[in-house]
Design a binder for this molecule. Structure first.
Ligand code: M6R
Length: 608
């Protein structure tokens, strides 16, 4: 969702804030703004539209000051106008505040403040919070923020400055990520590390209910009741190059092309070929713990939910444990049946998705063991689960998730190996899977080397207004993911279905203008999918098929094909998704869409 950055130190703040916002723009990009303390008061500049629009404004007037806050917005309350952009100021005009999250009781607070004569300039809950901090201000910003936050319900990551205290920045979190960057005589706050990485790698992750007070002399962390908290300083391992585009036209393309490495990185150090199993000590589960588990629930959102579905096929097939996959947003509100023999797996690239985090908390409250498959190190989900696997896919900046998906599937395969070997999976089967996994990076590379073939396909189909994606078995989730990729970045309406389900409704949509993408490798259900392809052909639909080499049957029926290398049935999704990611990318580029920042979306959804 929104991006937050703040600075206290000896340097001019505006340039640093804009640089940070540039790296955070993927979190929200409908408007942005900055506020700095310039010695005589607050200077606030904000602008609707992309960050470049704010930069343009700042060329006309660049406020001076060495303490400041910056924000890039993904609208929740009120449209993305300049007036609704952050920072928001209080009634006195002395306090400026930026916010990521939602203040749920803002309506009620606003009413009370209006009765006391406050006037509001925006539609946002954030402005209400700024006014509330102003009301609580009696000479100490730190105390005013703590007092105001005790009154609010909802989720927030905030940063606040006040012109009466020109050396102080106060930040706090509950439900929205926030960290402190510890530099050399300078301090930062940010909603994620990428914003400050070019200045420091030392960070302190704040937990829910914590506040930090930055001054020119240092910082301290406390809770809302004023109890000081000692926090460890963590070192960020990845460097700036990994979050820059490195010659690619878009982050999405770069991230698609990173997959030979990211897939390798996810499995690195985990495979025990001799024993036909995986070492996943991060799960914090003993053999006895695993044997005691009689049911698994996997919970996630979006692309991560699609990888969860693939995990369901893997775990049920090879480990013979009942698995249920549930949208996190549904799980948290439906009184789920979960006990201490249930393992709840949360999957999240960002580790900050509000619904997934809430589902994990709910599962813990009900006594389940929880594990997380998370990419962002130090993220909230990673810190709250009982154990887990880091994906090690590196920062994913493109809003459309690509490399995280393939790494999630690898992580699920590792869990399947570990659980399967303690149940039904033979050592030989285990070794076969490991060999299949080891071959994947080169097979992914082989597909990427043929990206121009996919580009040519995109050239044929980019004008379509609709598309259907069909797959069976473990490739049904691939159909869902392929459709999601296309719709979110190219705005083409696309749906994924189990191929046989087509007859029960979607077939009515098929005519000569409807591209139908089939994921049709030579797997156990190949014969069935050939029949489904025939059904589409019979109605004039244009079939694009992802197939294996030598599959003449599919080749004869399809209008266009892309060949992927052969692998074990259960690993096919990792190969089949690559041409579909590329296809969406090239179609979106051809349609002139903003691939890395598609409309209305944000990279990490930290509100419900
Ligand atoms: O960070 P998460 O994996 O928890 O995010 C979940 C979804 O918001 C995310 O996968 C979303 O669907 C992407 N835009 C998909 O490309």
């Amino acid at each position: 969702m929104c991006g937050i950055v703040g600075y206290v130190g000896p340097r001019q703040a505006v340039g640093l804030l804009i640089e940070g916002l540039r790296r955070l723009e993927y979190r929200g990009y409908d408007s942005s703004g900055i506020a700095v303390l310039n010695g005589s008061g607050l200077a606030v500049v904000k602008q609707s539209g992309k960050l470049s629009a704010l930069e343009q404004r700042l060329t006309e007037y660049t406020p001076k000051g060495t303490v400041g806050i910056g924000h890039t917005r993904w609208a929740t309350h009120g449209p993305p106008t300049t007036g609704n952009a952050h920072p928001h100021v209080d009634q006195s005009g002395k306090i400026a505040l930026i916010h990521n999250g939602i203040i749920e009781n803002a309506g009620a607070i606003k009413k009370v403040l209006e009765q006391r004569g406050h006037t509001f300039k925006s539609d946002t809950d954030t402005e209400v919070l700024a006014h509330l901090v102003g009301v609580c201000y009696r000479g100490s910003l730190e105390e005013a923020v703590a007092e105001a936050l005790r009154e609010v319900d909802g989720a927030y990551g905030i940063a606040v400055i006040c012109s009466d205290e020109p050396d102080v920045l106060v930040a706090a979190r509950k439900g929205s990520p926030l960290l402190v960057g510890v530099g050399d005589g300078e301090w930062f706050v940010a909603s994620d590390a990428s914003a400050i990485l070019s200045h420091t790698r030392s960070v302190v992750y704040l937990d829910d209910g914590e506040m930090v007070v930055l001054t020119r002399k240092g910082y301290h962390v406390r809770d809302l009741a004023a109890t000081r908290i000692e926090k460890p300083v963590n070192q960020i391992e990845w460097d700036l190059a990994t979050i820059e585009r490195g010659g690619y036209a878009h982050f999405m393309l770069k991230e698609i092309f990173e997959q030979p490495d990211t897939v390798r990185n996810t499995m690195r150090g985990h495979l025990l070929e001799e024993e036909g199993t995986a070492r996943v000590s991060g799960l914090n589960l003993t053999d006895d713990d695993i044997k005691r588990i009689n049911r698994i629930v996997i919970t996630a959102c979006g692309t991560s939910w699609h990888s969860a579905l693939i995990g369901e096929y893997m775990l049920e097939e090879l480990a013979r444990i009942p698995v249920e996959v549930e949208y996190a947003s549904e799980f948290r509100y439906r009184n789920p049946v979960v006990d201490d023999r249930t393992l709840v797996i949360g999957i999240s690239q960002s580790g900050e998705t509000a619904d997934t985090l809430a589902a994990i908390r709910e599962a813990k409250r009900r006594g389940a063991r929880t594990i997380g498959l998370v990419n962002v190190v130090g993220s909230t989900i990673a810190r709250e689960v009982d154990g887990g696997i880091y994906l090690h896919a590196g920062p994913e900046v493109g809003v459309a998730s690509t490399k995280a998906f393939t790494s999630q599937v690898i992580a699920l395969a590792l869990i399947t190996l570990r659980f399967g070997r303690l149940r039904n999976l033979s050592i030989l089967q285990g070794r076969q899977i490991i060999q299949g996994l080891r071959a994947l990076p080169e097979q992914v590379q082989e597909i990427l080397d043929r990206a121009p073939e996919v580009e040519a396909l995109a050239e044929r189909f980019w004008r379509s207004n609709n598309a259907l994606y069909l797959g069976r078995g473990v490739n049904f989730p691939v159909a869902l993911e392929g459709a999601l990729k296309l719709k979110e970045i190219s705005y083409i309406h696309a749906e994924g279905y189990p191929a046989a389900e087509m007859k029960h409704g979607p077939i009515a949509l098929i005519d000569e203008n409807m591209p139908v993408v089939f994921i049709a490798p030579k797997d156990a259900v190949h014969g069935k999918i050939v029949s489904n392809v025939e059904e589409v052909r019979a109605r004039g639909g244009q079939v694009i098929a992802i197939k294996n080499d030598g599959d003449d049957q599919i080749k004869r029926l399809a209008s266009a094909t892309f060949t992927i290398p052969e692998t074990l049935d259960l690993l096919t999704p990792i190969l089949a998704i690559i041409p579909l990611q590329l296809f969406s990318y090239y179609v979106a580029v051809r349609r002139g869409c903003n691939v890395d920042q598609p409309r209305n979306l944000a990279k990490s959804v930290t509100v419900e």
